[in-house]
Design a protein around this ligand. Structure first.
Ligand code: HEC
Ligand code: HEC
Ligand code: HEC
Ligand code: HEC
Ligand code: HEC
Length: 491
């Protein structure tokens, strides 16, 4: 980040000088890249669990990601360097802060401990100067900011409370959100996790306190929850009645190589996949309802709802994600309808011409409306995501359900299966990076195709329940049946 003004911590000094007051302290010395506190491994000595979880997180991986490196390299080339620090500002913010990179092309020469979104970066964030493209300003100090008001002293660092690092506050969402919201140099609002959250009921404010509504949730309450009671440091004199917040911050992505090394990589990856699967169980709701047709066939109504991601689903890199419905219907052993069938090495683009295909993602387009794969080529965006609920109501927010009808004329089906499939990164985008010579093709085969657990459903007449006006239905859980919340059946 470039600073146009004296950093905030310098103001008292400036004012003191102006006022002729001699007793104020010197400004903190500039940060030195070799400083121990900049290195997450230093934190490991006393916060080993935080360190291990962070190491397996996308934050630690953000500047190692071969796809990130490839895209940034291509972007620098194709824009003649105009991209500048746009990408690394978020993916390796300490390296930019220290002036060690201006374009991310020399990341291999940047010390390992300054790549990625590091402990020191988050924990010295002092103010938020905007709503997107990482407008975070660092204190320049060595004081670790956190949610604890009465930290125990330790030999390594000073500690202090900051509302930006306390998930109980609204401000904490500004800290995460302003780095999780991307407006491209062309002015396309490409990643919108923060604004999506702001539009959901999860960001409601309590009118009395001005703080979060009692049912509200910030980025940290979901992505660092559930807090665990116990000591938060292996150090003398620590208290046992602290709250420990998990730092794995899993969501969709997994590392594409053995990061950080061949020994630890597979272990961290397995842990991450388990966390992802667990989190995803509550992310969405799905129902299948079947109705007989006049011609003896069946109408299959599929309902989907974003239940507990407090932003769209998918969110963030939705231009790179590929999410689609696989639907199969049978009469006896004979398939009556098959949709979205794809093996794990095939790009979704190979079946995207099917007008029945139901996809959830963003499409980047150039000025002429042609689909493009790279940020800097995007002039406009088309979007079809599962939105987060805007209002909290005991009946749910019916307007945020999405439903589609699939017709099977002339054949009565007796078994229907669904699963939403999700790829963190489209193979068409990766193929594009391979073709331009920027990405090693080996990484393409590492992409996982997930089944989104709640949408893995099987309907048979025996397992379905009649819902008046909707038909014979099965749902991912009894509390989330579309028929219960008043969503309009599709036609
Ligand atoms: C404002 C901060 C910000 C900027 C600027 C930014 N990114 Fe990211 N990037 C993120 C965040 C946050 C995620 C994770 C989003 C998610 O998981 O949905 C991400 C994810 C990614 C991913 C991995 C996720 C995926 O599978 O798509 C790649 C690759 C990536 N960014 C490349 C880039 C490149 C190249 C640029 C510059 C052209 C860039 N980013 C600019 C914040 C940023
Ligand atoms: C020598 C041991 C030691 C090292 C090394 C260490 N810490 Fe701490 N840290 C502590 C102790 C002790 C506490 C206070 C625990 C308490 O009050 O229960 C603490 C508290 C914190 C807090 C909470 C501050 C607050 O007021 O909310 C944060 C954040 C933190 N450390 C981050 C880090 C980071 C990041 C690093 C690496 C740059 C690091 N620590 C290195 C021992 C250490
Ligand atoms: C300096 C910018 C920055 C800040 C601040 C930041 N993030 Fe991130 N975050 C990223 C980037 C970049 C990635 C993706 C790295 C990649 O995949 O290459 C990411 C990834 C993630 C992911 C994983 C996404 C996925 O698809 O797997 C989650 C969840 C997340 N961040 C949550 C948070 C939360 C919660 C906070 C606040 C406590 C936060 N982030 C603060 C930049 C940031
Ligand atoms: C109510 C809980 C909740 C809150 C609040 C929340 N999230 Fe999420 N978020 C989720 C869940 C659940 C998923 C995983 C969806 C999945 O598994 O497919 C997710 C996914 C993500 C992803 C990956 C999205 C993708 O598709 O690539 C990112 C990045 C993210 N969250 C960041 C944030 C940020 C930043 C905030 C605050 C502005 C936030 N989240 C607030 C629950 C929440
Ligand atoms: C993306 C930003 C981010 C990164 C990176 C990050 N932290 Fe944190 N950390 C937080 C937030 C936010 C909290 C406070 C959560 C709360 O109290 O609601 C926190 C809390 C803590 C605490 C206080 C105890 C607790 O669990 O609440 C310690 C100690 C800590 N972090 C250490 C670390 C260490 C060590 C690293 C690196 C290995 C690290 N953090 C990386 C955002 C981050």
């Amino acid at each position: 980040m470039s600073r146009k003004h004296p950093p905030a911590h310098a103001w008292p000094l400036v004012l003191a000088v102006l006022a002729g007051c001699p007793s104020d302290p010197d400004p903190p010395p500039a940060l030195d890249p070799n400083e121990r506190l900049l290195d997450p491994a230093t934190c490991e000595e006393c916060h080993p669990t935080h360190y291990r979880e962070w190491l397996g997180s996308m934050h630690a991986y953000a500047a190692e990601d071969p796809v990130f490196r490839a895209m940034n390299a291509r972007g620098q080339r194709e824009t003649n360097g105009e991209l500048g620090d746009f990408c690394v500002r978020c993916h390796a913010p300490m390296a930019v802060e220290l002036g060690l990179t201006t374009d991310g092309l020399n990341l291999d020469e940047v010390p390992q401990h300054l790549r990625g979104v590091t402990c020191f970066f988050c924990h010295t964030t002092e103010s938020v100067g905007g709503a997107h493209n990482n407008p975070l300003q660092l204190s320049g100090q060595r004081t670790m900011l956190g949610a604890i008001h009465d930290p125990v002293d330790n030999d390594a660092h000073a500690s202090a409370y900051s509302p930006l690092l306390d998930s109980a506050t609204m401000e904490s969402a500004d800290m995460c959100g302003s780095c999780h919201d991307v407006v491209t140099p062309n002015g396309v609002h490409l990643e919108r996790t923060f604004v999506e959250w702001q539009g959901s009921f999860f960001s409601d404010v309590d009118p009395l306190s001005g703080g979060p509504a009692i049912y509200g949730q910030r980025c940290g309450t979901c992505h660092m929850g559930r807090a665990i009671e116990g000591p938060i440091a292996d150090a003398p004199g620590v208290r046992a009645d602290r709250l420990y917040h998990p730092h794995a911050m899993q969501a969709v992505d997994v590392a594409l190589h053995d990061w950080p090394d061949a020994e630890l990589g597979p272990e961290l990856r397995a842990e991450q996949l388990e966390l992802i699967e667990f989190q995803r169980k509550s992310a969405l709701c799905a129902s299948i309802c079947v109705n007989p047709r006049d011609d003896g066939g069946s109408d299959l109504d599929i309902y989907l709802h974003n239940e507990f991601s407090a932003h769209s689903w998918p969110s963030g890199s939705a231009q790179d994600r590929r999410a689609w419905l696989e639907l199969r219907a049978f009469a006896g052993d004979t398939p009556a309808l098959e949709l979205g069938m794809l093996d794990d090495v095939q790009p979704l683009s190979t079946i995207a011409d099917d007008p029945l295909l139901w996809q959830f993602r963003d499409w980047m387009r150039d000025a002429a409306g042609q689909e493009v794969h790279m940020f800097w080529d995007a002039e406009q965006l088309e979007s079809n995501l599962l939105p987060a609920s805007e209002i909290l109501s005991p009946l749910g927010d019916a307007s945020t359900w999405r439903a589609r009808r699939y017709e099977v004329p002339g054949t009565a089906v007796d078994r229907v299966t669904t699963r939403l499939r999700l790829r963190p990164m489209g193979l068409d985008t990766l193929d594009d990076l391979v073709a331009s010579g920027d990405l090693d093709p080996a990484f393409r085969d590492q992409i996982t195709t997930f089944d989104v657990t709640p949408t893995v459903l099987e309907w048979t007449p025996d397992t379905a329940t009649e819902f008046e006006g909707y038909g014979q239905c099965v749902s991912s859980s009894s509390s989330c049946g579309a028929p219960l919340i008043g969503a309009a059946p599709p036609s």
